[in-house]
Design a protein around this ligand. Structure first.
Ligand SMILES: NC(=O)C1=CN([C@@H]2O[C@H](COP(=O)(O)OP(=O)(O)OC[C@H]3O[C@@H](n4cnc5c(N)ncnc54)[C@H](O)[C@@H]3O)[C@@H](O)[C@H]2O)C=CC1
Ligand SMILES: N[C@@H](CC=O)C(=O)O
Ligand code: NA
Length: 434
């Protein structure tokens, strides 16, 4: 039954996030109506299979397998929580063209083709909101889009993938194996439908692209973001980090830098060692945290649940109520602000510190030869320690800041040296100013 003046809401997808959106929309209907100033009436839920088991009871008459018909049926608000590129993109475009506003949690799509979606929303005069797409429940999109829009953001550094943080945390804390920890993260509803997106850093790279675009008022796509995942992080890396009082985290780093022709953007995702004293080191399990540095405000930190059905649904509901208020007032929210068109710097120009583990021959003069290889490429060494003896001898070098290109040249050089058996691990070190 349709309530007079209610806004008609369609939900696309009823998986981990969609089922919680449906639950909260139903359970909190009265409060949401009071906060929005208008009832939000769930009029349809698009699913792939009508008879699939679900985490929530959806009345049969609301279920449909025809998502296109649902979004073009005159609904006011569409929640897209299917994920992936297609059919999500076509459905969002169809919804906007039909006059509906859209809430999406789909970072993969926004990072690949956000421009098309933002232009369609602009043309239709409708809202496109996506707080859930980055760091789940944590308010980070709205602070960047609205609260900090009067400031100049210079750096965004964060842990933005819950699944990989959960895995690394378990490897560090209980010495759990990679596969077991990933299985638990999937069980808990944190992982993407294809967990490769989490493990190989695609999900974090999509989020980095969205954050860099918003923070620096430009357009950065996932393809612009340098990406490395955690599949090569070994138990030995985690132990080595522990030995130097550090932990391994998958970081997303977006920076405003001076480029050859003015200001440019650097955006990257990779595992890094950070000191245990750094606030990001204490981000456990599937929690996320995002540091923002800006000229006037200084340093801000946003922390909270970055994944999971209910936390993500919280962000979706926040967007729904906000849009409903706009609808009621006959207005719309801020759109995209990509006026700077800043270039993206190549990874080779990124400056950071490095932890390099090298299996070497255990004899006099080896340390000096290794140090010379670093010096030849302009990489200054901060500390060196030897682990093991004889056939197990290993040098662990921590460098001062150098470019990625300098480090790559050093590693290639080391690999050619007779006294080097193998460069077993290269990991960046973040979280210190030196
Ligand atoms: N799970 C999480 O913690 C978070 C997820 N997200 C994003 O939210 C979105 C949804 O994620 P989850 O709920 O975890 O995924 P999920 O895989 O649990 O749910 C997606 C649902 O969409 C359904 N679906 C697929 N194609 C469909 C179609 N053509 N029509 C109707 N239904 C269709 C699937 O059957 C599935 O039930 C994704 O974009 C994801 O990246 C964002 C933040 C956190
Ligand atoms: N798979 C993602 C879900 C939230 O975006 C994650 O693990 O963080
Ligand atoms: Na968020």
């Amino acid at each position: 039954m349709q309530t007079k003046d209610a806004l008609r809401v369609a939900v696309l997808g009823c998986g981990s996030v969609g089922s919680q959106v449906v639950r909260l929309l139903t359970e909190q209907a009265d409060d949401l109506a009071m906060r929005a100033g208008v009832p939000l009436e769930l009029v349809g839920v698009a699913v792939r299979r009508l008879d699939a088991p679900r985490e929530v009871d959806v009345p049969g008459h609301l279920l449909t397998t025809d998502a296109t018909a649902l979004v073009t049926s005159g609904v006011d608000l569409v929640v897209e929580v299917i994920g992936g590129i297609e059919p999500a993109r076509s459905l969002i475009l169809a919804a906007l063209e039909s006059g509906a506003s859209v809430v999406t949690a789909n970072k993969a799509l926004l990072a690949e083709d956000g421009a098309t979606l933002f232009e369609a929303a602009e043309k239709a005069g409708r809202d496109l909101y996506y707080e859930a797409a980055v760091a789940g429940a944590i308010p980070i999109i709205r602070p960047l889009r609205e609260s900090l829009v009067g400031d100049t953001v210079t750096r965004v550094l964060g842990i933005v993938n819950g699944t990989t943080n959960y895995i690394l945390d378990k490897m560090d804390g209980s010495g759990a194996g990679f596969a077991d920890a990933l299985g638990e993260a999937q069980e808990l509803g944190y992982a993407e439908a294809d967990p490769t997106a989490d493990v190989e850093g695609f999900d974090a790279a999509a989020k980095a692209a969205i954050l860099a675009s918003l923070a620096f008022h430009t357009r950065v796509t996932a393809a612009d973001v340098h990406r490395e995942g955690i599949s090569d992080v070994t138990a030995a890396d985690v132990r080595s980090a522990a030995d130097m009082g550090a932990v391994v985290k998958l970081l997303a780093i977006c920076e405003l830098r001076d480029g050859p022709e003015g200001q440019a953007v650097s955006a990257r995702v990779h595992p890094a060692m950070i000191p245990r004293s750094h606030p990001l080191a204490s981000v456990r399990e599937a929690y996320n945290a995002v540091f923002v540095e800006s000229q006037a405000a200084g340093r801000l930190m946003f922390y909270g649940p970055g994944a999971g059905g209910a936390p993500t649904a919280s962000a979706v509901l926040g967007d729904l109520v906000t849009i409903a208020r706009h609808h009621r007032a006959g207005t719309r929210g801020a759109g995209e602000s990509a006026y700077t068109a800043r270039p993206v710097l190549p990874m080779g120009e990124t400056l950071t510190r490095y932890h390099v583990a090298i299996d070497v021959e255990d004899r006099a003069g080896v340390l000096a030869l290794v140090a010379t290889a670093f010096a030849e490429h302009g990489v200054s060494i901060q500390t060196v320690r030897q682990e093991g003896r004889g056939a197990d001898a290993q040098l662990v070098v921590v460098s001062h800041r150098a470019t990625d290109a300098q480090l790559a040249a050093t590693v290639a050089h080391l690999q050619q040296m007779d006294i080097v058996r193998e460069v077993t691990s290269v990991m960046r070190v973040e979280g210190e100013t030196e």
